[in-house]
Design a protein around this ligand. Sequence first.
Ligand SMILES: Nc1ncnc2c1ncn2[C@@H]1O[C@H](COP(=O)(O)OP(=O)(O)OP(=O)(O)O)[C@@H](O)[C@H]1O
Length: 250
Amino acid sequence: MARILLENVTVAYPLLGRTPGGTPANTRKPGSNVVTQKGRSSVVAFSDLSLDLRDGDRLGLVGRNGSGKSTLLRVMAGVYEPSLGRVSVSGNIASLFNVGIGMQREATGRRNIELMGLAAGRSLREIRAKADEIADFAELGPFIDLPVRTYSSGMAMRLKFACGTAFTPEILLMDEWLGAGDTEFRRKARERMRELVDQAGILVLATHNHKLIQSECNKVLWLNRGRVRALGPPEEVLAKLERREPKLID
Ligand SMILES: Nc1ncnc2c1ncn2[C@@H]1O[C@H](COP(=O)(O)OP(=O)(O)OP(=O)(O)O)[C@@H](O)[C@H]1O
């Protein structure tokens, strides 16, 4: 049973060095998410957020640039610790905003399958059991045994995509829909994405594409400057958003 539970979570990025505008101690300018306390400044990405997602939940994250969507995905993925509050996640996760992490240009494609798999938290045994399937999916032919620096950008993307989507997760986290490659590969990539989304217990998808939200999600969270503006069924939240922020609509 997959579950993501956030209780009163705040995430603030500490700002090192000078505060923008030389802000004095203990301030928060209206409309700004830069907070200064005891002479230390930080950007509050979102604050006091509570959320309980369970199997079957398909959550769309919407909001302006900088509203906190990517940070929220990273907190769910365990990339960032919350500054305040509690996060508990059960179920294995695929974070598709992270594909390509661990890739080494000097290493061969085959070695990179292992490196990217390890960076995604898989064991070497699991990765080796899937390695041939990943190599076949990427369709790199003999290039799979050559260093990645010899690949075109499309070839490297195919390898990243094949690795990032090789394991079906219980929790799928995405910052925009992932696609890759030329027309033929894109068709295959779409099918692979479809399978992953359909089989995942929980989906969280940050996107500016409302059609995608309508087709994939059963809940929407609208963030505005790190605060929850609305959480509910897609038609309801998107209608509010379209009324208040028509320029955000794709
Ligand atoms: N590394 C960082 N250091 C300081 N502030 C950061 C950092 N990363 C993000 N922020 C700030 O946190 C806030 C939330 O950013 P985040 O990237 O989560 O927004 P977003 O909704 O995903 O935006 P977008 O739609 O542009 O991807 C913004 O104010 C941003 O400036």
